[in-house]
Design a protein around this ligand. Structure first.
Ligand code: NAD
Ligand code: ZN
Length: 359
C-alpha cells in the first residue's frame, strides 16, 4: 500500500492506495482512533459487490456496522436523499462517537461526506472511493455536498475525512464508460501540473485500458499527491485550487447543454481539455505539438475530443452562469506547454466564439 498524507492546518489524514485494501478497513479505522457504530453509506450497485467485505472487516475490528443504501445516480444527490440518510442514522442510534464510511463513487462520497459534516454538527467519516474519478479527485480535498434544483453542488461544506482508502481492485468492476471518464481527470493532472505523469500516460495507454492494477496504483497515487499539494496550499479555493478546473469551464457548459445525458462529466472534461489546449496555443502559451499530444491521448483512451454542435448563444449563456464567473470574465486555465499552466481571462463570448468557430 502507498500512503499519501494530506497536511492541512485544521487536520491531517492519510490516503491509502493499493490492491485488496477493503478487507483491512476495520483495522485502518481502528488505527486512526475511530470507535463505536459505523454507518456504511453506499448504493444498490456497489453494495452487492463490496459492502460485505467492508462490514465484515469492520465487525472483525470490533465495530458495529449498519449499511445505509441510497439510490444510484447523480439525480439522487439531493436534500431528500440526505434527509433519508439522517433518518437512518437516527434510527440506528448513531451518536457523536460514531462515524460514517462512504463506500462508492463521487455521488456517495459527496453526499455521505456532507451527512457526516452536518449530522450532530459533525461526526468523523472515512472515504472508500470505488470509481477512478472518486479515487483521483472527489475523495481528496474535503469538498462535500449535494445538488439543488437550481444547480449542481450548490449546498455543501468543506469537511475533511479521517482517512481515505482507495482499493484499486474495485476498479475492475467499473463500467467502461465510467472508467474512461475517470481517466479524463487523470489526464488533467498531467496536462497542467505534471509533464512526467503525462508522458507516463502516453507510454502506458495499453496498461491503462487493461486496468493494470500496479500501473493504476502508481498513477492514482501520483494524482492524489498532486491534488494534495494543491489543496494544502489552497484548501478553500481562493487561488491555486482553480487550476483543477482545467478543461472544466467549457466542459461544464457542454455537460449542461447535453442535459447530462449524452456526455458524462469526464467526457465533457475531455472535450474541454482539447478546447483549452487549442485556445492556449492560439494565445501563444503552448505549441501545435502540445495540442496534438493532448488530443491524441484523449482519443487513445477512448474519450471524445470534438466539441458537440451547440449554438454559440447557448454556450455564452451557459458560460455566463459559471460559478467562477467574476464580473463578466472567466478565469480560464490554459496550458503552458505540457505539465504547467497559466490563468487567462476570457469573456464567455470570447470562449464560445473561439470554440464554435474552430469547427
Ligand atoms: N467533492 C469533490 O471534490 C468532487 C470532485 C469531482 C466530482 N465530484 C462529484 O462526484 C460525482 C461523480 O462521481 P463518479 O464519477 O464517481 O460517479 P458515481 O458516483 O455516480 O459512480 C458512477 C457509477 O459507477 C457505479 N460504481 C461505483 N463504484 C463501482 C465499482 N467499483 N464497480 C461498479 N460500479 C461502480 C456507481 O454506482 C454509479 O452507477 C458528481 O456528483 C460530482 O459532482 C466531487
Ligand atoms: Zn471533474
Amino acid at each position: 500500500m502507498k500512503t499519501i498524507t494530506i497536511q492541512l492546518d485544521s487536520h491531517s489524514y492519510d490516503i491509502g492506495i493499493g490492491e485488496g485494501l477493503l478487507s483491512g478497513i476495520g483495522a485502518a479505522c481502528k488505527a486512526v482512533g475511530l470507535a463505536g457504530a459505523a454507518a456504511v453509506v453506499t448504493n444498490p450497485t456497489v453494495a452487492p459487490l463490496y459492502a460485505g467485505v467492508v462490514t465484515g472487516s469492520l465487525q472483525q475490528a470490533g465495530f458495529t456496522p449498519v449499511v445505509i443504501e441510497i439510490p444510484d445516480g447523480e439525480e439522487f444527490k439531493t436534500g431528500e436523499t440526505l434527509n433519508s440518510v439522517y433518518d437512518r442514522l437516527l434510527e440506528a442510534g448513531l451518536d457523536r462517537r460514531s462515524f460514517i464510511v462512504a463506500l462508492g463513487g463521487g455521488v456517495v462520497g459527496d453526499l455521505a461526506g456532507f451527512a457526516a459534516a452536518t449530522f450532530l454538527r459533525g461526526i468523523p467519516f472515512v472515504q472508500v472511493p470505488t470509481t477512478l474519478l472518486a479515487q483521483v479527485d472527489s475523495s481528496v480535498g474535503g469538498k462535500t455536498g449535494i445538488d439543488h434544483p437550481l444547480g449542481k453542488n450548490l449546498i455543501g461544506a468543506f469537511y475533511q475525512p479521517h482517512l481515505v482508502l482507495s482499493d484499486v481492485s474495485t476498479l475492475k468492476t467499473l463500467s467502461e464508460r465510467h472508467y474512461r471518464a475517470g481517466l479524463a481527470e487523470v489526464i488533467k493532472y498531467g496536462a497542467v501540473l505534471d509533464a512526467e505523469l503525462f508522458a507516463l500516460l502516453e507510454a502506458k495507454v495499453d496498461g491503462l485500458l487493461k486496468r493494470d492494477p500496479q500501473l493504476l496504483g502508481r498513477v492514482i497515487a501520483r494524482c492524489c499527491e498532486i491534488k494534495a499539494w494543491v489543496v494544502e496550499q489552497d484548501e478553500r479555493e481562493g487561488g491555486l485550487r482553480a487550476v483543477l478546473n482545467y478543461g472544466h469551464t467549457l466542459g461544464h457548459a457542454f455537460e449542461t447543454l447535453s442535459g447530462y445525458r449524452d456526455l458524462v462529466h469526464g467526457e465533457a472534461v475531455a472535450i474541454g481539455m482539447v478546447q483549452a489546449a487549442q485556445l492556449s496555443q492560439r494565445e501563444g502559451y503552448c505549441s501545435v505539438g502540445d495540442v496534438e499530444r493532448i488530443t491524441t491521448l484523449v482519443q487513445q483512451v477512448g474519450l471524445p475530443s470534438d466539441a458537440p454542435v451547440v449554438a454559440t448563444e447557448d454556450l455564452i449563456t451557459s458560460l455566463a452562469k459559471d460559478k467562477k464567473n467574476r464580473s463578466g470574465t472567466l478565469q480560464y486555465v490554459c496550458n503552458r506547454g505540457i505539465g504547467s499552466y497559466v490563468f487567462h481571462q476570457f469573456t464567455p463570448a470570447q470562449l464560445a466564439e473561439a470554440c464554435c468557430s474552430g469547427r
